[in-house]
Design a protein around this ligand. Structure first.
Ligand code: ZN
Length: 553
């Protein structure tokens, strides 16, 4: 045991997790184990998730594990936690389904590899003992056991009836605010601007709107204007129904919630909005105008912040390393085509944030953020709002623009809602929504004319391409063919507005906006010829979601 050389954010343990963080006082790692069925799980829960027994207690394990995925972080996220450092997911020797996000210490980052056998080494900080891992000097030179993909979890629920709620609605309006870097305006002004434009686009007035829906609501740093309450205060529309929160199947889940309200007859026209102001928020934090910090790491951050795993770049980077280890491919063959194609498309979109051409040499030379992601593998934080009107299908004939129909939604969760305990081969929460989507339509991947796939990182778009069946697992590099297949004149034009990588991180709604533009034939300068069917995905690892859209005619 050693005192930590880095000043790590401390966890805020819960009643269930407190024994985990204090376990190392006697040098032993303890993991929650069920006395009834014997299985272990992590993070610790008050009941056993396998047999639902309440007889769960922390029990010692060997402290030996195998590296299942890792990323070398190069970005300084925390003032007293300097890079480079290795963030890894290790699978316990006793049960590879039990994993810890941790740091690999005691060796050069370049020596870390998937399959490496490691053992726990505690670092004490105040009353907590943080389990780090180091190369195991007693282990055999053979690689340890790395978890296999859990294919059994692909258990899609069939449709409840032949009648689809999707058939009862249409997307009739879309609008956006100014979108840019560091706009330094109140985020609510962005929201209202987008909302008013969407209402006008639908040929409606604010008085026609009878529902509001948003994701994630609340005051989530630069990720929300504050949700339903401030927007209702600003517009005063007196809705018959409202919905907002983070527990949706991705940001587009708020659109699905609106669809459900309309299909059920509670509303006729629901206004869905999504606002980000990360660029301005970061500036205000850096200049001391917004106070942050000092708090303990709670929720999902309890298991990540103490190890400097502060960003989705770290969490998704771990999965990308596992993907390359399992399937082959590399940055240049698998990730670069996504980034370069997005930039080429952005050049044709006057609203995109980065429009200058990006070359492969520039991609190669960019500074690393968190391996395998360099700067151009990461999307662009920005300020902006996008709003969409979901209307009852009976009202479509009265709308001025061609209606866009929803052929199918993909909303099912088929794996643990976790960044490290479930799928490691792809971005978490893509396999379920994708499989669910195809269970609700007779259309197939070959019918898709344009794909707008979440690209918070290049690897996310790769994950969605494979999850949706445009190619098989591990086949993305061959499918992409250096980008030939995903250009505007290729068989599957991808992220035709530039994606979040070049057009800006509007957290999912930008893909919906672009799909609507393509299906209406309004994507001037980048229009895909005769685009009739578009797939849209949202979600960068939180519960994700997918929508299959089509033209009405
Ligand atoms: Zn049990």
């Amino acid at each position: 045991m050693t005192e930590s050389p880095a000043r790590r954010p401390l966890p805020q343990p819960t009643v269930s997790s407190e024994p985990f963080w204090t376990s190392g006082a006697d040098g032993k790692l303890r993991i929650a184990q069920c006395a009834a069925c014997g299985r272990r799980h992590h993070p610790p829960q008050p009941i056993c998730p396998y047999c639902r027994s309440g007889d769960v207690a922390p029990a010692p394990v060997s402290g030996r594990a195998t590296v299942a995925g890792f990323t070398v972080d190069h970005q300084q996220w925390l003032p007293d936690f300097p890079p480079p450092y290795v963030v890894a997911v290790v699978a316990l020797e006793e049960d590879v389904t039990v994993r810890l996000t941790t740091n690999i210490v005691g060796c050069d980052p370049a020596e870390v590899a998937i399959g490496m056998r490691v053992r726990v080494r505690f670092e004490q900080q105040r009353d907590y003992w943080l389990p780090l891992f180091e190369p195991d000097p007693d282990a055999s030179s053979d690689p340890g056991v790395v978890p296999e993909p859990d294919r059994a979890s692909v258990s899609v629920r069939p449709m409840v009836s032949a009648s689809k709620f999707e058939d009862k609605v249409a997307l009739t309006g879309v609008g956006s605010s100014a979108i840019g870097r560091r706009l330094l305006v109140d985020p609510l002004s962005l929201t209202v601007s987008a909302c008013l434009r969407a209402v006008e686009d639908a040929g409606l007035t604010v008085a026609d709107i009878d529902g509001l829906a948003t994701y994630p609501g609340g005051h989530a740093g630069g990720l929300s204007e504050g949700g339903i309450t401030p927007v209702e205060e600003a517009l005063r529309i007196r809705p018959t129904w409202i919905s907002g929160g983070g527990d949706f199947p991705g940001p587009s889940g708020s659109v699905v919630a609106a669809m459900l309200a309309v299909a059920a007859g509670l509303c006729r026209h629901v206004l869905c909005f999504r606002t980000v102001w990360e660029s301005t928020h970061t500036h205000l934090v850096r200049t001391g105008k917004i106070a942050t910090g000092g708090g303990r790491a709670t929720g999902m951050f309890e298991w990540r912040s103490p190890f400097g795993a502060m960003s989705a770049a770290n969490w998704i980077g771990v999965n990308a390393s596992h993907y390359f280890w399992r399937y082959g491919g590399d940055r240049e063959s698998t990730l670069a085509p996504i980034a370069l194609t997005a930039r080429a498309h952005a050049a044709r979109n006057p609203d995109a944030i980065y429009r200058d051409p990006l070359t492969l040499d520039e991609y190669r030379a960019a500074r690393m953020i968190s391996s395998p992601f360099g700067l151009y593998d990461c999307d662009v934080p920005c300020d902006g709002a996008i709003a969409i009107v979901v209307s009852a299908i009976e009202t479509v004939a009265d709308r001025p623009k061609p209606a866009v129909l929803v052929e199918a939604v993909g909303t099912q969760v088929i794996e643990r809602i976790s960044w490290d305990q479930g799928t490691l081969t792809h971005e978490p929460q893509v396999l379920g929504p994708a499989a669910h989507l195809w269970s609700r339509t007779n259309l197939r991947p070959d019918d898709v004319d344009v794909a707008e796939l979440y690209d918070g990182f290049t690897f996310n778009a790769v994950s969605w391409l494979e999850a949706l069946g445009f190619c098989g697992p591990g086949e993305a590099a061959d499918f992409l063919a250096g980008g030939k297949t995903i250009g505007l004149d290729g068989p599957l034009p991808l992220n035709t507005h530039g994606g979040q990588l070049s057009a800006g991180r509007t957290h999912g709604f930008g893909f919906l906006q672009e799909a609507i533009a393509q299906l209406r034939g309004e994507a001037t300068g980048r229009q895909v010829a005769d685009a009739r069917v578009a797939v849209v995905t949202t979600g960068g690892g939180t519960p994700g979601g997918a929508l299959l859209l089509r033209r009405a005619d």
